[in-house]
Design a protein around this ligand. Sequence first.
Ligand code: SAM
Ligand code: SF4
Ligand code: SF4
Length: 372
Amino acid sequence: MTEKFIPLSELKRFSPALSVPEVLKTPDGQLKDALSRPLHDLRISVTDRCNFRCVYCMPKEVFDKDYQYLPHKSLLSFEEITRIASIFVAHGVRKIRLTGGEPLLRKHLERLIEMLAKLRTIDGKPLDLTLTTNGSLLARKAQSLKDAGLTRVTVSLDALDDAIFKRMNDVDFSVNEVLEGIAAAEAAGLGPVKVNMVVKAGLNDHEIIPMTRYFKGKPHILRFIEYMDVGASNGWKLDEVIPSSQVVQRIQDAGMPLVALDANYTGETAARWRHADGSGELGFISSVTQTFCHDCSRARLSTEGKLYTCLFASHGHDLRALLRDKEQHSDLAIANVISQIWQQRTDRYSELRSQNTPGREQKKIEMSYIGG
Ligand code: SAM
Ligand code: SF4
Ligand code: SF4
């Protein structure tokens, strides 16, 4: 199938105008979409920049020296992010994940974390406040992130073999520095650290067993992610996806029996397994072969303040325009715009993809812009 490639700059510009409903209703934390899915999880992209060029995410041919990143004034400020986040929390969000690009590249991120850490869920509890990082700056920042109020981190690591890892990050970054970041995060109390490995057939699938052996018996949770058809620049092909069922089989065949575990909560992205001998937990994120749209409760806020109701959405809703509007909309007004958007949500891209229906044809936004 040929992807329709439209420049990211065009996708970023396109956004239907939002209007505030006439009758305003106070959020009660019970917001549901058109398929009865609640809004529990908000992912916030804090930068579209990254110091890696992972071949499946920001390939060098597209993200080269001429690539136009967002100018600083387009980015939501920390105050704007916190304001939007507090409105989402009033709608029932309990978990916020900071992402990017590489979130640790955003200057003074700890200040934002301090601000978000003060928010309370509708039942008065602290938020689950997490961050996904490539780990490159984690060794030096883990303690300050923890001190600012971060709860946990997820670190991406696609191989243990330095040559393969360098081929994947495409900026000559070594495995050891990421491992040091993981150790620093665990020592700072940001554990259990989840380690995300995107598996791309022929590129790093022979690292599945070394990675499993390495993390077995350690406190971290290794999670295998099926390579996804996000964005339009990674040239995704179905035969480059290794289904999670095969990953489980390969691990068992290598003499490490696994036992399936129950989900921690409804809407959890990773299927949980553990080593049968009790030496640790593993996760499998099967976005291609075992879709989880039916209880997807995630919203995404892009770096410039657009709300995306699906990772594969072709357009976002421009909340920044409301925040910066000269009419100075109240939190209640913005909350009602968000309710309207969420109540109309019918996204289930992965399910449609697996049913091979036309949903597969739509134009998509890049992962580095919207966040993972
Ligand atoms: N830069 C940070 C990082 O790499 O962890 C955060 C942003 S990154 C977009 C978030 C997650 O998305 C990472 O774990 C990354 O491996 C994953 N990811 C990116 N492109 C992907 C793809 N095409 N398929 C599956 N996962 C992908
Ligand atoms: Fe950067 Fe993360 Fe994308 Fe890799 S996966 S290019 S580290 S944003
Ligand atoms: Fe959620 Fe969209 Fe992913 Fe389905 S495809 S799980 S709706 S983000």
